[in-house]
Every structure is written in structure tokens, then in C-alpha cells.
Ligand binder design. Structure first.
Ligand code: IPM
Ligand code: MG
Length: 368
């Protein structure tokens, strides 16, 4: 058991700042209730705002500082109005993914009771799946520091999608372990490999490695789906899926679709996991259109904080932190069951502050 857990806190820009603060506040409270030592936070400045002030996207030595912490809690980064000379947004967190090899982005898509459903089918209340997005290569390889095999001039723009055996083996093993864990919990454990193996060699390779790893996990039921058909099925029958493993840009796109199914991106947390570190954030952006108005739904950030507690529990074999994570999850479930969580994002009447306060009240009631 480790006593002084160190967390890198990168609030970022826009609503990222609000949701990171909400997540931290919730974690502080839950540790207090469980009578556990508070975390040491190391705040790191990064993002579009910081770039505007300094010309740097992250404070000097920020990457090293983040790497030395036990986990990273991030709000959201980037503003459409602040761009690099090449026209892209400020995204230092892509370097963190690359530096720490955070290859597995776990993005749960879960429907809560009494929260507005986009789909009228009553089975939509049962949606509980996980998108496992490959997080360091695929088409995003092109945006990495080593991936500049690209052409970008006024006549042509060409970028590179990369799938490696070493990374894909790790990703698929992660997917099968995740499915096994869900099976133990009595959840839908069907593992679907989402690709475009009918057209791309890289995707046929991705699927071939999936088949190879499947042999190691005979107890897990598997299927395949092409990404276009998966988009259709995410709307037509999302309740039938358990874990969906896929290449980076596919996961980026389908995780937004997933958020849309269950109330919006404010319901979409993300854990980016590597072999020795993890970064936890909501899957949404900085939402400049609603920033500073107390309108953001902080639940994705808070749920990401809960995933961080679960990760730390496993990393340090510190079971009490898993209890903290469960307490947050149960409190949020209860909040929806009792219609006490009604985010503005999905037509409710509660903004960032009200939701955070209510989650903390629910934690107090549920945990004591
Ligand atoms: C996400 C976001 C990021 C990504 C952007 C902001 C770089 O869309 O986490 O899904 O594409 O990975
Ligand atoms: Mg995205």
C-alpha cells in the first residue's frame, strides 16, 4: 500500500477547468469520508490559453512532471480560436499519450435511469458498453512526433495510419481482460473487433492479431463488425454490445456517437491506460460556446476521476481506493434513480456547480 499518491492535475482550457475542479473536489471528499490520506496534486499548466500567453503548449518540464506522478487527471485542452501555424489546435496531451505509451483508451457508454434517452426503444435504458479506442497509433500516428511521414502542401495533404503488431497485441489482450472482468461482474462480455478489414490491409492485420489473441481467452465470445455497420448498430441495437475494440480515429468518432446515445459528451468519461501510467479525462472538448456559464455537465470528469481511483487501487494493490471508486459510481447511479441529477446538457435544470454539489451530497449520504 502506498501512502502519498501523487496526481498531476492539468485543467486545460474552457470547461476543462470546471470539470477537472469538480472531479478533484469529489475525489477529495470521498477520500475524506473513507478516512484515507488526501492525494498530493501537482498542477501543470498547459493548453491553448497557456500557449497564447507564452508561445508554449505546456509549461517547461511539464511532461516529465506528469510522467513522474502516479496518475494524471486532465480537464480538456484546445480552443478553436487558437491554432498552430499549420492550422491545427493546441494538443499537448497527444504527446503525453505518446510519451507514456497510453495505448488503451477505455470509454464507457452507459445509460442511467431518468436521464433522457435519444432512442425511443425501451431497451436503450440498458445500454452499458465500453469502447476501447487504440490511443497512440492508427491515423493519429500522423500527429505524433515520430509520425511526420506526411505531405501537406497546397496541392495535396497526405497522412499516415499505422498499426503495429506490438501495440495491437497489447491492445487486444487489454480488450479480452476487460471483457473477462465484465463477465465476472455478470455484464455483457461480448467482445467485438470493429475495423474496416474488407478494404484496408492495416485493418485486416488488426483483425488477424485479434484472432491470434482470442485463442488465449477461450471463455470470451467474440464478433466482428465493420466500422460503418457498427455506427448503424450503435443506433439500431447498442444494448447488444459489451466491449468494442478499434483503431484510434474510429474510436474517437464512435465514442462521440456513444456519448450522444446516453445524454451527451458530459456523460462520457475516459481512462487512457499504459503499462506504467494512466491519464483520466472526459472524452469531450473544451466547449468554448458554453464556457464560464456554469452549464457544463461535470459528470464525465467525475466518472473519469472514479476510473482513476480504480486504476490506482489496482496499481498499488490498495483496495480502499476501489471502494472510493464504487462509492462515486453508486452515488451517481442513485442520483439518477432518484432524479436528483438533472444536467442542463440533456434538458435538465442543473449546471456544473449544482451537479457537483449534489454528487457530493449523495456521496455523503451513501458513504456514511
Ligand atoms: C478525444 C478528443 C481528442 C482526440 C482531441 C481533443 C485531440 O477528441 O479525446 O476524443 O481526438 O483524441
Ligand atoms: Mg474525440
Amino acid at each position: 500500500m502506498k501512502k502519498n499518491i501523487k496526481i498531476a492535475l492539468i485543467k486545460g482550457d474552457g470547461i476543462g477547468i470546471d470539470v477537472a475542479e469538480a472531479a478533484k473536489e469529489t475525489i477529495d471528499r470521498v477520500l475524506e469520508i473513507k478516512q484515507l490520506p488526501q492525494f498530493d496534486y501537482c498542477e501543470i499548466e498547459a493548453g491553448a490559453g497557456y500557449y497564447q500567453k507564452t508561445g508554449l503548449d505546456m509549461e517547461p518540464a511539464g511532461e516529465e512532471m506528469a510522467e513522474q506522478c502516479d496518475a494524471i487527471l486532465l480537464g480538456a485542452i484546445g480552443l478553436p480560436s487558437v491554432r498552430t501555424p499549420e492550422g491545427t489546435e493546441i494538443m499537448p496531451h497527444l504527446r503525453l499519450r505518446e510519451r507514456m505509451d497510453l495505448y488503451a483508451a477505455v470509454r464507457p457508454v452507459r445509460a442511467y435511469s431518468n436521464s433522457p434517452q435519444r432512442l425511443s426503444d425501451p431497451r436503450a435504458t440498458k445500454i452499458d458498453l465500453v469502447i476501447l479506442r487504440e490511443n497512440t497509433e492508427g491515423l493519429f500516428y500522423t500527429a505524433s512526433t515520430s509520425g511526420r511521414l506526411q505531405v501537406a502542401n497546397d496541392y495535396e495533404a497526405r497522412e499516415t495510419l499505422r498499426i503495429t503488431r506490438s501495440n495491437t497485441e497489447k491492445l487486444h489482450r487489454f480488450a479480452f481482460r476487460l471483457a473477462s472482468k465484465r463477465k465476472e461482474q455478470g455484464k455483457n462480455a461480448l467482445l467485438t473487433c470493429v475495423d474496416k478489414a474488407n478494404v484496408f490491409k492495416s485493418m485486416a492485420f488488426f483483425r488477424k492479431i485479434f484472432d491470434e489473441i482470442a485463442v488465449e481467452f477461450p471463455g470470451i465470445e467474440t464478433s466482428y463488425n465493420h466500422v460503418d455497420a457498427q455506427a448503424l448498430d450503435m443506433v439500431r441495437r447498442p444494448w447488444e454490445f459489451g466491449v468494442l475494440v478499434m483503431e484510434n480515429i474510429f474510436g474517437d468518432i464512435l465514442s462521440d456517437l456513444g456519448g450522444g446515445l446516453v445524454g451527451g459528451m458530459g456523460m462520457a468519461p475516459c481512462a487512457e491506460i499504459g503499462d506504467y501510467n494512466g491519464l483520466f479525462q472526459s472524452s469531450h472538448g473544451t466547449a468554448p460556446d458554453i464556457m464560464g456559464q456554469d452549464l457544463a455537465n461535470p459528470l464525465a470528469g467525475i466518472l473519469a476521476g472514479s476510473m482513476m481511483l480504480d486504476y490506482l487501487a489496482e496499481k498499488f494493490d490498495y483496495e480502499s481506493l476501489a471502494d472510493c471508486s464504487k462509492l462515486i459510481d453508486r452515488s451517481i447511479e442513485r442520483g439518477f434513480d432518484e432524479s436528483r441529477l438533472r444536467p442542463c446538457e440533456s434538458g435538465g435544470d442543473m449546471g456544473t456547480q449544482a451537479i457537483t454539489e449534489e454528487v457530493i451530497a449523495l456521496i455523503n449520504e451513501t458513504g456514511s
